[in-house]
Design a protein around this ligand. Structure first.
Ligand code: R5P
Length: 300
């Protein structure tokens, strides 16, 4: 357990290989010691992690974006090392928490992977998790102690500086309704929710073209938690264009943008992609370290 009387200098922020810049920014904001994990990848793909001396309270920063399994095992290694070195409290900041979409068995025989991930974290000695825009409430329920930070106010703030014509916020699916509504509320704009379905076996995405509002000649911001293959955004853009929407922007918390996803999204007529820096990359323009540092400050 942490006590408020402890000073922030007693915290070691451990920069994992997946989140070096973010960890640096968080440590700077907290005025905490930064310990950088040194990484060697063996020819068979195994990770070898070395950590310097850590304090009695450790905050490991590591997103688990692709290569997801590699980043995940590196996180477990760092947690185990901090615990073995006598840290009394080890917490992890995992802005992008991989496997959160596998929060139930959608098809018979499937493993509820996020449940296993939660157990692995406990076994490695992680006492508390801080994440950003986790995919679902159900995913959160597998963790003993987890805090979910919303990046929506930061994304909305960024969006408010883009020159747009009578903008509308768009959720690409029903699951993103609350996020899109919160985003629209911050910007005081309209919101629509598209009806998306994904084939459980092939992954193919389809979007219903019936909308309850005339959106022609308006600009749109499609807001989602994750952009992975880009399929959801591309289908949404296609429907919006058919309805006469002018400019389309894609905003998200976690830009995984697998392979040429960004190129495909732009070729589909999307002006720009904007995400937080939960996952490092070219489109990660919205800095989330202030929100994470403030969550850590109120905890310590
Ligand atoms: C799904 O429910 C999520 O909220 C995202 O819409 C989805 O993960 C995006 O994936 P993709 O870019 O592959 O369509």
């Amino acid at each position: 357990m942490f006590y408020l009387s402890e000073t922030l200098t007693e915290i070691s922020v451990v920069a994992g290989p997946g989140s070096f810049d973010l960890a640096k920014n968080i440590a700077k904001r907290l005025g905490a010691q930064l310990t950088v994990a040194s990484l060697r990848i063996f020819s068979d793909g195994e990770s070898n992690i070395k950590l310097g001396k850590v304090g009695k309270n450790c905050v490991i920063v590591q997103s688990t974006h692709p290569p997801t399994d590699t980043h995940l095992i590196q996180l477990l290694m760092m947690a185990k090392k901090c615990t073995d070195d006598g840290a009394q409290h080890v917490c992890a900041v995992i802005p992008y928490l991989g496997y959160a979409r596998q929060d139930r068995a959608f098809l018979e025989g499937e493993v509820v992977s996020i449940g296993l991930v939660a157990k692995l974290f406990e076994t490695a000695g992680l006492k508390h998790i801080i994440t950003v825009d986790i995919h679902s409430q159900l995913a959160m329920s597998y963790f003993e102690s987890i805090q979910n930070i919303s990046s929506v106010p930061l994304l909305a703030d960024y969006a408010s500086k883009i020159k747009l014509r009578d903008p509308i916020a768009v959720s690409p699916d029903a699951g993103g309704t609350n996020r899109a509504k919160e985003f629209a509320r911050h910007l005081n704009i309209d919101v629509i929710v598209l009806k998306k379905s994904r084939h459980r076996v092939t992954g193919e995405v389809t979007v219903d073209e019936k909308l309850h509002m005339d959106i022609s000649k308006r600009d749109a911001i499609v807001i989602d938690d994750i952009i992975s293959s880009g399929g959801s955004i591309i289908k949404a853009a296609d429907v919006l264009q058919k309805k006469g929407v002018q400019k389309i922007y894609a905003m998200c918390t976690h830009a995984l943008l697998i392979r040429d996803a960004a190129q495909k999204i732009k070729s589909a007529g999307v002006q720009d992609i904007i995400s937080t820096n939960s996952v490092p990359g070219e489109y990660s323009k919205v800095e989330i370290s202030p929100e994470i540092a403030s969550a850590l400050r109120s905890r310590y």
